[in-house]
Ligand binder design. Structure first.
Ligand SMILES: Cc1cc2nc3c(=O)[nH]c(=O)nc-3n(C[C@H](O)[C@H](O)[C@H](O)COP(=O)(O)O)c2cc1C
Ligand code: SF4
Length: 602
């Protein structure tokens, strides 16, 4: 849709907007990347910018506008020159006093949460988990992570912001993010040497490569555990003009950060794995969908890809094979947990809002641009690269019958050594707790808020698809923790991240959040508890996608395993309103000039 001349001439910003749009689009033709650059340079995406993009990309302005509105990291109202986001994740926020630090920062700079200071210098807000759960309290400053925050650092950061010191002049060590690898197994021992799996793959041929993956019993490491061999086979067999390989590096589940480490220190293994997949399914193009919170890893990942192209491992004629070419583009998200769901991710890759698709059809037959597409987690691709090199038997020899190989865990919370732990599948929770120095443990959240909350009687349960499955997150809560506060935090997360497409999840997650707030605030009754159970079941069984279907898990698990944390907060009345009825009548009393006892509810 074109824009009128009157619109073009209406503001002096037209020229700069147009030049940014055409430059970024020429370098990286993706709507999210254009929007990111506009947000970065102009601190917001104005209506005029929306019209300019729409004209340049030949899209309806309403579609561009909807995308801007959808993603948390795009704004229609200008942000401050320093945009500071405090992680409100249980592990890298709430448990490490992130809320107190945010309040301190606000006082120091005279700014409230979710606002921009009048002089436009600084904005402050909360954001969902930024994947730094092994690093204490964490923030993003203009997209760059700073971790291990304490009161002294908050003071220093506030002073640097007040002095408008460029980010490049802030202490470099603040931006250093450790891998914190504590236990290595099959995959973490080393990053694969460039090309080593590709040579093994070429020796096996495409059918042989696929057969090794099938026989290895590898199942997806992103959480659902679907057979990787079957997924690749279905995609290879599907008809299409082109086949695509997509790596899901969205890693938004609170408490999960293993993909951050894999992307940082095992990028060659990942790109080998994606290339192995391309060879097996007949793809020439792939995408790495990187969550916005990991944008700081982009230069590193790009440089690995560049080096691999120079070595003939990516691009045309891979390892001198004229019939095999495969290259990878990186698309960076913009702050939406739902984009980890594979069909929402594909929508986002196509430059749209991340609304999960109706399935079937599944991505293996109708994925990116409607073509056959494999979407796998980072760890899944790395496992595949190792399997092709070392053989399916090597992989199967580790783990359990239904869960072959190893699992990389992100361990956080109340333990001496949070970080990355790799174990054969079948390891007990107790073993992990012992290894990370967790004492006096009350509960463990396995697989993030969408996973399972277990109590101490269950610590001999085993990690694997046959018992406790996990995308990788293990959050530990000691006896000293207020478990209800943890569950409230999870409920806020889901209500915030619901994409709003279907009613049971959009409305239900908010009702659950409100119900929990009421109970935690000491105003809940048994009626509220029963009502919450009813809504939780509705959200679980009636929602369109995995987000809604799992959003009530912490509440249901909590009610089943830790009923006392709810019970002890209930007031002993049958019904208690969500708000203070008497206070709500104050205005009416003032208007009617009455303040006698009969004008009060209580
Ligand atoms: C709300 C939601 C968020 C998800 N986030 C991720 C994610 O960050 N990373 C991931 O690999 N899978 C995620 N998944 C699972 C993906 O939909 C998909 O199953 C996975 O990428 C497939 O890869 P795999 O077979 O290698 O596990 C998510 C699912 C849902 C419902
Ligand atoms: S379940 Fe929630 S996240 Fe999924 S489509 Fe419905 S509203 Fe969106």
């Amino acid at each position: 849709m074109s824009t009128s001349c009157a619109d073009f001439n209406s503001a002096s910003m037209t020229g700069p907007l147009r030049s940014v749009i055409s430059r970024v689009y020429a370098e990286s033709p993706h709507l999210l990347h254009v929007l990111y650059e506009l947000q970065r340079q102009f601190l917001h995406i104005s209506d005029e910018a929306v019209r300019e993009i729409a004209a340049h990309l030949d899209l309806p302005p309403s579609q561009v506008d909807a995308v801007v509105e959808f993603y948390a990291f795009f704004h229609k109202i200008p942000r401050g020159r320093y945009d500071i986001l405090f992680s409100n994740c249980t592990s890298c926020g709430y448990m490490v006093r992130g809320v107190d630090l945010m309040a301190m920062f606000g006082r120091r700079l005279g700014i409230a949460v979710s606002s921009t200071r009048g002089d436009g210098l600084v904005s402050m807000d909360q954001t969902s988990c930024i994947g730094m759960c092994d690093h204490g309290a964490a923030i993003l400053v203009n997209g760059m992570p700073i971790t291990n925050l304490d009161a002294t650092m908050i003071d220093s950061i506030a002073a640097l912001v007040e002095a408008a010191t460029p980010l490049e002049d802030w202490p470099a060590e603040w931006f250093h993010v450790e891998d914190n690898i504590r236990v290595s197994g099959l995959l973490l021992k080393d990053d694969l040497a460039e090309g080593i799996s590709l040579r093994a793959m070429l020796a096996l041929g495409a059918a042989g490569t696929l057969s090794e993956i099938v026989q290895s019993g590898l199942r997806g490491r992103g959480g659902a555990g679907f057979s990787t061999g079957m997924k690749w086979q279905l995609c290879r067999d599907a008809q299409g003009a082109a086949h695509y390989v997509v790596c899901n590096a969205d890693e938004g589940e609170p408490g999960t950060f293993k993909d951050r480490v894999l992307l940082h220190s095992y990028a060659d293994s990942l790109f080998e794995g994606m290339t192995v997949c391309a060879f097996a399914i007949g793809a020439k193009h792939g995408y790495l969908y990187l969550r916005a919170e990991y944008r700081y890893l982009l230069p590193h990942l790009q440089s690995v890809l560049t080096r691999r192209r120079e070595l003939g491992l990516q691009g045309g004629d891979i390892l001198g094979q004229p019939e095999f070419s495969f290259d990878i583009d990186i698309v960076v998200g913009a702050g939406a947990y739902i984009c980890g769901e594979e069909s929402a991710l594909i929508e986002s890759l196509e430059g749209k809002r991340g609304i999960p698709r109706v399935r079937p059809p599944f991505p293996v037959t109708h994925g990116y641009l409607g073509q056959p597409t494999v979407v796998n987690n980072v760890e899944t691709f790395i496992s595949a690269a190792h399997i092709v090199l070392r053989g399916s038997a090597w992989f199967r020899a580790v783990g359990t019958e239904k869960s072959a190989g190893s699992k990389i865990l992100s361990v956080s919370g109340d333990c001496a050594a949070p970080g990355i732990y790799e174990y054969p599948f079948g390891v007990t929770i107790r073993q992990v707790l012992d290894d990370c120095g967790a004492k006096d443990v009350q509960a463990v959240q396995v697989g993030g808020p969408s996973g399972t909350l277990i109590n101490s009687a269950e610590f001999d349960r085993r990690l694997g698809f046959d018992d406790l499955s996990t995308g990788g997150s293990l959050m530990i809560f000691s006896q000293a923790r207020d478990l209800l506060a943890v569950i409230v935090n999870f409920a806020h997360f889901f209500a915030h991240e619901s994409c709003g497409f279907c009613t049971p999840c959009r409305v239900g997650t908010t009702l659950l959040k409100n119900g929990l707030d009421k109970i935690a605030g000491g105003n809940g009754t048994r009626y509220d508890l029963d009502e919450m159970q009813r809504i939780a079941a509705l959200v679980k069984y009636r929602s369109h996608c995995g987000l809604g279907q799992t959003a009530a898990n912490p509440i249901l698990d909590g009610l089943q395993r830790f009923p006392q944390v709810f019970e002890q907060r209930l007031v002993h009345r049958d019904y208690e309103p969500q708000f203070d009825l008497d206070a709500a009548l104050e205005e009416a009393r003032q208007i009617s000039h009455r303040d006698d006892a009969a004008a009060h509810i209580k």
